[in-house]
Design a protein around this ligand. Structure first.
Ligand code: FES
Length: 117
């Protein structure tokens, strides 16, 4: 298990290798994931306060570059492999949307090609 701290919430434990978006949601935090965890929407983005992984999927890298996003990561493309402290950017409660988005599979989609950050 690793320790996950989401800003504004108590720290919780997550299984090693769990997708970060799923760990956050399983803890009852209403993070958005509009594209169902496929590195397309960027609504699952988080800012890392500590424990940011050095590697990222090619899909995440491309999407962040396309959108010009810096200093954030897509939690659907991050695995819980070490202790992390993050701030969730987009919450259902403040979105006006009817639901957080499609279910994110247990494994990273699309199939990850790992690159350095
Ligand atoms: S980019 Fe859409 S859920 Fe992560």
């Amino acid at each position: 298990m690793v320790k996950i701290k989401v800003e504004g919430h108590e720290e919780f434990s997550a299984a090693i290798g769990m997708r970060l978006v799923n760990a956050i949601e399983a803890h009852g935090i209403d993070i958005l994931h509009r594209c169902g965890g496929n590195a397309r929407c960027t609504t699952c983005r988080v800012a890392f306060n500590a424990g940011e992984p050095d590697r990222m999927t090619a899909a995440e890298k491309a999407k962040l570059a396309e959108k010009g996003l810096t200093d954030v990561r897509l939690s659907c493309q991050v695995l819980c492999l070490e202790d992390m402290h993050v701030t969730v950017i987009n919450r259902l409660a403040s979105s006006g949307l009817p639901d957080p988005g499609g279910k994110c599979e247990a494994h990273i989609t699309p199939d990850p090609i790992w690159e350095t950050k």
